[in-house]
Design a protein around this ligand. Structure first.
Ligand SMILES: [Fe+2]
Length: 251
């Protein structure tokens, strides 16, 4: 059994309850699908925790932006948050330079995609692993979905949209419409969105992740202290208040 987490976005309160939940289930194998940082108030703490716990971490577009610069597709508030995040992680004068360098090297070690024991892991999509969004509404876009499914070997796990669910040959299904679990069929091609730990956008503010035993995917939701994260965001002028407000509603 393994756990797959994604899109923590510097939300340490959410990450801690998810890791506690994983620990209570007795799961030792944790994969992270990127966007450990960005938007939230505690990037250093989240990256250090992921480094100590996760066996695999793939690159998210927010790590890419920290390392290589912010692409023009980022909104002004996301850009401002990344600029603050980069300073906090890589230029914070209160820390030893070796520690900052170790964080940079850890992020640089993230693969763009990974494939282990017949299962693929990406942040965004199989055809553009770091940046492409596959939204629930895209299930109706036959051209886009057939291009994406042509890149699938069988099972692929992703994050990036912060919207949990599964894309199959017949469309998209949110976990709430399948009792939070899906049993994989033989030779089935699926794209599974594991949801977001630190900034869910499906109307449910609870932290989201999945467990996977090779056959069955279970989406789990865990309550965390949203107000503690909101307060930290309000206290940092470079982080837009909206980044806190949205956490309360999961939007
Ligand atoms: Fe993200």
């Amino acid at each position: 059994m393994k756990a797959i987490i994604s899109d923590i976005h510097s939300n340490l309160a959410a990450l801690r309850v998810v890791l506690d939940d994983i620990d209570h289930l007795g799961i030792k194998d944790v994969t992270c699908l990127g966007d450990v940082v960005g938007y939230g108030p505690q990037p250093r703490e989240c990256l250090d925790l992921v480094k100590s716990i996760c066996t695999i971490t793939v690159l998210g577009n927010h790590e890419e932006a920290v390392l290589l610069g912010v692409p023009p597709t980022f909104t002004p508030r996301a850009r401002k948050a990344i600029e603050w995040t980069r300073k906090e992680m890589l230029e914070n004068g209160g820390e030893k330079p070796e520690l900052r360098e170790a964080r940079r090297k850890f992020m640089q070690s993230f693969k763009i995609k990974d494939r282990i024991e017949g299962v693929s892991y990406v942040h965004g999509s199989p055809r553009d692993p770091t940046r492409e969004y596959v939204m629930p509404r895209d299930a109706a876009d036959k051209k886009k979905m057939s291009a994406i499914f042509s890149q699938l070997v069988d099972y692929c796990f992703c994050g990036h949209t912060h919207t949990p669910g599964i894309f199959t040959a017949i469309g998209f299904t949110h976990p709430s419409d399948m009792f939070d679990l899906y049993m994989l069929g033989t030779d089935e091609k699926v794209l599974v969105n594991v949801g977001s730990v630190g900034q869910p956008r499906d109307g449910d503010p609870r932290a989201c992740y999945i467990t996977f035993d090779g056959d069955t995917i279970v989406w789990r939701r865990v309550e965390y202290d949203v107000e503690a994260t909101c307060k930290r965001i309000y206290d940092i002028p470079e982080l837009d208040d909206f980044l806190a407000d949205r956490l309360r509603e999961g939007r």
